[in-house]
Design a protein around this ligand. Sequence first.
Ligand code: HEM
Length: 410
Amino acid sequence: MESTPGILYKGYNYFHEQFQKQETDLLKVRLFLKKALVMRGEEAAEIFYDDSRFSREGATPKRFKKTLLGKGGVQGLDGDEHVHRKRMFMQEMNPDSLARLEEFFEAHLQKAISSWEKQPEITFFDEIEEVLFRAACDWVGVPVKEDEVEQRKNELSELIDGAGRVGPGHYKARRARKSSEKWIMKLVRQKRKQKINASGSSILSRFSFHRNLQNKLLDRRIVAVEILNLLRPIVAISRYITFSALALHENPQYRERLRKDTSKLDLYFVQEVRRFYPFFPFVPAKVNKEFEWKGVKFPKGRRVLLDLYATQHHEKIWSNPNVFYAERFSTWNGSAFNFIPQGGGDHVHNHRCAGEWITIKLTRIALNNLVEKMSYHIPEQDLKIELSNIPAIPKSRLKMTNIERTLSGI
Ligand code: HEM
C-alpha cells in the first residue's frame, strides 16, 4: 500500500505506530509508488550509516530538493566528494568560530529581551527565529539590511515549514528557495569580484572560494545552497528553543532545579528536548550493494528511510519514552546510533548533522536565559503539537506576556 498519503495524514506517527503494532524494526512500504524499506532503532542506524551499503545520490525526493535542501548540496554526495565538501563545513565548527556565533546569539537575544519587555505580548517562536537569523547572518558574514530582515528570515522559515506540505504551501516553499538562492548567489558573485570587504575572513568568503576535488570553484548556485545549509538550520533551532520553553512550562519542577544546578542538568534537559519533541522525521538513502537484514533482502537501488522519530521513542532504547525526563541523559551511553535526532554515525565521514554542537549550545544559552535572566507569563492558549504536521510546532507558536529581565539578567 502506498505510504505517502499516510505520512501526510498521520505525520510522525505513521510508521511509529506500525513499528509498535507489528513489533518490528523494519517495514516494507511503498513511497512515491515505488517499493521502499523503513527502519528504526540502534542496530538499524548502525547499518544505515555503513557507507559501503548505502548511497545518498538521488536518495532525496525531488520535492525536498526544490524546497528544504536545494540541488547539489553536501546531503546528496557520496565517498571522497562528500568527505571533502563536509570538511568545508566542519572547519567552521572550531571552538573560536563557535564562540563567535554564541556571542552574536547572546547579543541579539539581549536586544530582543529589551524589546519584548516593552510589548504586551510576543509570539516566542517567531521572535526567536529572528534572533537566530540575525546571529546566523553575522556569523556567516552575510550582510543584511534592516528592511530586508523580515522577508529573508520568513523565506528561510518557509523552506523548513513548507517542505512537508502539499499544494500552495509547497509552492510557497519553492518560491522561497528560488528567492533565497538568488539572494546568496548575488553575494557570492560580489565576493568573487572582491566587492565585499574582508575577503577570506568570513564563512561566506571561504565557501565562495572553496575548491572541489578537481580544484575548481563551486558553481555559484551550489555555494548558495551550502550557505543556506548554514543559515536555514540555525533559524530552525527556534523549534528546539520553543520546545525547551514548552518543556519548562509543562514540567515546572525543572525551573528551580535548573537554577540551582551546578552540574549538567541543562545539557540533559536540552538532550531530552531533542529526544522527546518531534522535528526531523526520517533520513533517506539508497542501497548501493545488495544485502540482507532480519531475513529481508535490501536490493540495490531500493530507497530506505531511517525513522529518527521512531528511534527517539523506541521503547527498547528509552524507558517510558513518552515521559519527559531529562535525568535519563545522566546515564546515557553516548552511542552514535541510539540517539539520532540529527542523524547518527560520525560527523566527519557520515552525513550526521554538521551543526549538532551549535544546536545544543544555542539551545542551552536560550534555556539559561529563560530560567535565569527573564521572567514571563504563558497565558491560556492552544499549545498542542499536532504530530500530523511535519515539521511540528505548538499551534499557538507560544505566546508570552509580562516579560521582564530579572536581576541576574541585568
Ligand atoms: C544534516 C537535523 C541543525 C547543518 C542533518 C541531518 C539531520 C539534521 C537529520 C541529516 C543526517 C543524515 O542525512 O544522515 C538537524 C536538526 C537541527 C539541525 C533537527 C536543529 C535545528 C543544524 C545546524 C547546522 C546544520 C545548526 C549548521 C549550522 C547540517 C548540514 C547537514 C546536516 C550541513 C548535512 C551533513 C551531510 O550531509 O554530511 N541535520 N540539523 N544542521 N545538518 Fe543539521
